[in-house]
Design a protein around this ligand. Structure first.
Ligand code: 6PG
Length: 246
């Protein structure tokens, strides 16, 4: 199911979207797993969550991962985790359990491949523990919600156009050292995880995205990584500018 939502205040539909995914997850299994992207997403999500009254969400039930991360220290201005610490976690009530936030292992940022392996094993073990499954089972983790952005080149997570990682099928988290957008070393969720999620939501604003948004949503182009996400439920939250060519 594909839903396109146009709103010049994208944090409003984003708040509904997150609340809905959270409620479904709590009703179904009692906790909420979400993966966050960088870019403008942390700030927009902060605005979205601030618009929801605290009694509607129990943040202690949230488990927060990153859809992609730069291989840098947590304190780096390039770190997606750092962006979330500064603009998002600071506005969420203290009920958010910091042990339920899963950043990249800082000691491995100079070894991206190991950092990706470590993140994959953190994902596997956390999802196994949460669902009371045997730790030896290596199912693909199923996120309740993955919040995605799209770059003006059509990338999402750190999955860039024409990059070999677009066909990665073995690893649930992969590393790259040749990101066309700096910094070059990163780790990213791969398509097997994105496509297995209960829902993926793109939040995409600005005129620079309008042509690609049209190519993906109208022409159904799969040239762009963002156009290759095919999980059960996909939302695109767009503003007037990014939806202007639809
Ligand atoms: C990155 C960013 C990136 C971002 C998109 C959309 O690691 O390079 O996280 O993937 O999500 O470029 O960014 P905006 O939401 O700021 O347009």
């Amino acid at each position: 199911m594909l839903s396109i939502i146009k709103d010049n205040s994208p944090h409003i539909p984003l708040a509904h979207n997150v609340l809905n995914a959270y409620r479904n997850a709590i009703d179904h299994h009692g906790y909420f797993t979400v993966a966050l992207s960088g870019g403008s997403l942390p700030t927009l999500l902060a605005k979205a969550l601030q618009s929801i009254t605290n009694d509607k969400i129990d943040y202690s039930k949230w488990h927060i991962f990153y859809a992609d991360e730069r291989c840098v220290l947590h304190s780096s201005p390039d770190s997606n985790h750092n962006a979330c610490v500064e603009s998002l976690y600071s506005v969420i009530p203290d009920m958010l359990d910091r042990a339920h936030i899963y950043p990249i292992n800082e000691s491995l940022v100079n070894a991206p491949e190991h950092a990706a392996e470590h993140y994959a094993s953190t994902l596997q073990s956390t999802f196994s523990t949460l669902s009371n499954r045997n730790k030896e089972e290596k199912d693909i983790p199923q996120f309740d919600l993955i919040l995605l952005g799209m770059g003006p080149d059509g990338h999402t997570c750190s999955l860039f156009p024409s990059h070999p990682l677009l066909t990665e099928s073995k690893h649930i988290v992969a590393s790259l050292t040749d990101s066309p957008k700096p910094p070059p070393s990163r780790i990213t969720l791969t398509f097997p995880v994105l496509n297995h999620a209960k829902a993926c939501t793109f939040v995409c604003t600005g005129l620079a995205k309008a042509d690609i948004v049209k190519e993906i949503l109208v022409d159904q182009s799969i040239i762009y990584p963002a156009g290759r996400v095919e999980c059960q439920v996909i939302y695109w939250i767009l503003d007037e500018q990014s939806s202007s060519k639809l």
